[in-house]
Design a binder for this molecule. Structure first.
Ligand code: ZN
Length: 96
């Protein structure tokens, strides 16, 4: 999926339609020792829910073919960034 690098959209800070540049934000690395990731490891190791595989086998299986991309719009007039509620879902996303 290709999206244009510059779009005209409404800026809530300026209160008018201005030109925005499209920024693709890469997800940061999850911490390995946070409570959520420790709980997930425990669940996978113990076959909790729908993951009845040990960790090394479980990692090989790739189920999802698309992912949700985090696209943000930066206003060229005031320089503020606007966040979408939900990103776009696509196999591969390019900014022209
Ligand atoms: Zn603005």
């Amino acid at each position: 999926m290709k999206i244009p690098s510059k779009v005209n959209r409404f800026c809530k800070y300026c209160g008018e339609y201005t030109e925005h540049t499209v920024v693709l934000v890469k997800p940061g690395r999850r911490g390995t020792m946070t409570k959520g990731s420790r709980r997930k490891l425990w669940n996978i190791d113990h076959g909790y829910g729908s993951t009845p595989y040990p960790m090394f086998e479980h990692k090989k299986i790739k189920v999802k073919t698309t992912k949700r991309y985090d696209i943000r719009y930066k206003c060229n007039k005031c320089g503020k960034m606007e966040v979408q509620k939900r990103g776009k879902k696509a196999k591969k996303l390019e900014i022209k």
